[in-house]
Design a protein around this ligand. Structure first.
Ligand code: ADP
Length: 490
């Protein structure tokens, strides 16, 4: 049972309520049973005492004591003790039924009535054997002025026994009821919560790649139907806002390209003018540099936006990643050599994916370019192409400056740069990884990163493997077998 699931919370709540209800109910039953049994016993003692008075004491003066003893012996024989009866005159006992037997109570040790407060009332005694008994005493005033006491009594042990059994049943039954209710309730809750589980699973999928999916609407007419409808409307609004955003970025970058080209053209012709003073030449040179940089940003932004809104034309043909990496690294070798970085490639067997060779090449360029950019002179950059299950994997690892843990989840965001100055100095725009992510997404894949600051970084992409009639082997560089936690491109 998950501690924080709605199902377990509802079950816990209802179990708590059931437990309280059971305790209150049990207490009520216990008190009710105790009151009922005690009242019944007292009623019986009272009736017996008054019956003795009316049947035997009222006619006593005419009939005499032997008659009383004879009659009472018949009605309440000495072996009879339910109830116990005693008729006494002062300290003289006229008649007394026998000791109680179940449980045994020796009644001869029970004191004669002496306390006025006991008259016409119930009082309790503890017998010599430790048994609790209840006695009812009624004084009978004869016409000759004598006072005869009639006592009826009984042990309270049978009532206690019944109450003890009742308590035991309650103590045993309560946890059993609670366990059965918990299991039953938990299982029953799964049915009404099924739509919530379906909604959650579908909601998890919405937005992974794009917002195209909608949540299922269960026509139950209840809150869940209204919730799924409201969420679908929200997704639609988000989709529109996002599409608008992508379109705006694509249009804006497209519109900026022409004026930028014109500015650069003008600056390039201006810089040819021979008579310009040096300071002006420097300004024009710097403006040219910045406009080139700006053109690069605009171009990258347009690529990302068009990829995001599906406007960029993408080839769909089998591409061998090993070939793509081989060709790309041939071109980038010089860049690594300049920094005395050893650039190594560990190719596996031919690894095919379905996609656009030029775009995939762009991924390799961006990742390797970053690896070289952010690795100190004399460092090492390695590229591996491998497979895992149904995935083709391209991994670029470097021994460079690495990325701080806090920055790692942000590196795929547009314009994010962990170190602004270093990135700008090395011609970075903060868009390289965003392009990688956008290309991976249109190829049905994803990009991930892991790093230990100061020790290097690993970026890898996972694409759906295209199984041709090629035997695919894995070739894993031991250098990459680290236990660092990967951060996927969001
Ligand atoms: P940039 O053009 O600034 O390199 P990217 O989108 O390619 O932009 O990368 C974003 C940020 O991620 C970089 O500014 C850098 O801080 C970090 N980064 C990318 N690759 C690496 C790497 N191999 N080693 C260290 N940091 C990296």
């Amino acid at each position: 049972m998950k501690r924080n699931s709605l199902r377990s919370r509802v079950t816990t709540f209802y179990l708590g309520m059931l437990a309280i209800a059971l305790v209150v109910f049990s207490a009520a039953v216990y008190v009710g049973a105790k009151t009922f049994l005690t009242r019944s016993l007292e009623q019986k003692l009272r009736n017996n005492a008054h019956a003795i008075i009316s049947d035997y004491l009222v006619p006593l003066e005419h009939k005499g004591e032997p008659w009383l003893v004879e009659e009472m012996t018949e009605s309440y024989p000495p072996g009879y003790s339910d109830p116990f009866v005693r008729v006494s005159l002062g300290t003289r006992i006229l008649y007394q039924s026998g000791d109680m037997h179940d449980p045994f109570v020796s009644m001869s040790k029970v004191p004669l009535p002496s306390n006025q407060r006991w008259f016409n009332a119930f009082h309790r005694e503890t017998a010599a054997s430790g048994q609790r008994i209840v006695l009812y005493t009624v004084p009978f005033h004869g016409t000759n002025g004598s006072v005869i006491f009639v006592e009826t009594g009984a042990s309270v042990e049978p009532i206690r026994r019944v109450l003890r059994s009742l308590l035991l049943i309650m103590l045993l039954a309560t946890p059993i009821i609670l366990v059965v209710a918990a299991v039953g309730g938990y299982l029953l809750m799964s049915q009404p919560l099924k739509p919530v589980v379906v909604l959650t699973e579908r909601a998890e999928r919405v937005g992974r790649k794009e917002l195209g999916e909608r949540l299922p609407v269960i026509p139950s007419g209840d809150e869940l139907e209204r919730l799924s409808l409201a969420l679908n409307r929200m997704i639609e609004r988000l989709e529109q806002a996002l599409a608008h955003n992508h379109r705006f970025s694509a249009d804006a970058s497209h519109e900026l390209r022409t004026p930028l080209t014109i500015i650069r053209g003008e600056l390039e012709s201006l810089i040819q003018v021979p008579s310009l003073p040096n300071s002006v030449m420097e300004c024009i040179g710097s403006a040219l540099e910045e406009s080139t940089r700006m053109a690069k940003i605009v171009h990258s932004l347009m690529t990302i936006s068009r990829l995001d809104c599906g406007e960029e034309k993408i080839e769909h043909a089998p591409v061998n990643l090993v070939d793509v990496v081989n060709v790309t690294l041939d071109h980038m070798g010089l860049l690594a050599e300049e920094k005395h970085i050893s650039l190594r490639f560990y190719p596996g067997s031919a690894t095919f994916v379905m996609g656009d060779a030029m775009r995939l090449k762009q991924i390799v360029v961006n990742l390797v370019d970053n690896a070289i950019k952010y690795t100190q002179d004399g460092g090492e950059v390695s590229v591996v192409v491998t497979t895992e299950g149904e995935k083709a994997i391209l991994r670029v690892t470097d021994t460079g400056i690495g990325i701080p843990a806090g920055a790692l989840p942000l590196v795929f965001d547009r314009f994010y740069r962990a170190d602004q100055a270093r990135s700008r100095e090395s011609g970075g725009t903060g868009l390289g990884l965003s392009i990688v992510k956008a290309i991976c997404t249109v190829h049905g894949g994803a990009v991930f990163a892991e790093s230990v600051e100061g020790k290097g970084a690993t970026f890898w992409i996972e694409l759906p493997l295209l199984r041709l009639d090629t035997r695919v082997e894995t070739n894993v560089d031991p250098m990459l077998e680290t236990a660092r936690r990967p951060v996927p491109g969001r």
